[in-house]
Design a protein around this ligand. Structure first.
Ligand code: ZN
Length: 270
């Protein structure tokens, strides 16, 4: 499932592809359930002759503000398997392409979505679609103090608290494990059990985990343009119960925390 690095990578890919400034000339929708609130023909009519001004992201939502009259924001959620590509209309599409949005320059945006959990909206304001979200690790308001406050009194395992998105937006299963590995914190520790130093270390580890992942994608984009990868292994801990911890050599441990597969080092993470 795309986590924050995959969605941010998609955003950067779209910007690099020069999407801002392009005008959409229509929409070919082959799976109507993807389109929310309005019908696919209404979406196509609403997008026609609209120029994309920017590619923004909030959490795992991609927001494309549009110029011209009509609803001002085209919003995309990649769901479990979605990918957004900008390719020439003459290039053979991936067979799992569900929707395409022709552009005025001979290219088109292609929404490849094997499992069809992606979502599309065309609305006046992102607030009509986006839930209330916690700060992201890079946001100014994501401080040691706010993180400590949100963990206070919480008996649930720290990993579960991270996944609930109530303390930081955008970290899924992989980056929750990576953050806890970098911080040296056992995933089953109760949230309220963390010391101030551990909270500070966890906050920095979340930022470091995402920064490293963005860097991996940035380098791959430069190297593989115009066909950058959309899913990479960008974490440092092995997700393999037979593999050694890169820090101490102890074999990694695999458990389930609230039904989510969890890998950690029983020696480094206490
Ligand atoms: Zn270790």
């Amino acid at each position: 499932m795309p986590e924050l690095p995959e969605v941010e990578n998609t955003r950067r890919n779209l910007v690099r592809a020069g999407l801002p400034g392009c005008t959409i000339t229509g929409a070919n929708i082959t799976w109507a359930n993807t389109v929310k609130k309005i019908s696919p023909p209404e979406l196509a009519a609403g997008l026609k002759d609209r120029t994309i001004q920017d590619v923004q992201r909030r959490g795992k939502f991609l927001i494309l503000p549009l110029s011209g009259s009509g609803p001002a924001n085209f919003i995309v959620h990649l769901g479990m398997t979605g990918r957004l590509l900008v390719q020439s209309q003459s290039q053979a599409p991936d067979p799992l392409t569900r929707h395409s949005f022709p552009l005025d320059d001979g290219r088109e945006i292609r929404f490849v979505d094997g499992r069809k959990f992606g979502k599309l909206w065309l609305v006046d304001s992102p607030g009509e679609v986006l839930p209330v979200m916690s700060p992201e690790p890079f946001d100014d308001e994501f401080t040691v103090e706010t993180l400590a406050e949100s963990l206070a009194g919480k008996k649930a395992p720290i990993k579960a608290l991270i996944l609930e998105q109530g303390i930081a937006c955008g970290l899924g299963n992989l980056y929750a494990d990576e953050s806890l590995f970098l911080a040296g914190i056992h995933p089953e520790r109760p949230g309220s059990d963390l010391s101030v130093d551990e909270v500070a270390h966890l906050r920095q580890s979340m930022i470091d985990a995402l920064t490293a992942a963005y860097g991996v994608y940035d380098r791959a984009r430069d190297q593989d343009w115009p066909n950058p990868p959309t899913a990479m292994m960008t974490w440092s801990h092995p997700r393999d119960a037979a593999a050694p911890c890169p820090n101490c050599g102890t074999t990694m441990t695999n458990i389930r925390v609230r039904a989510r597969g969890t890998y950690f080092c029983a020696k480094c993470q206490v």
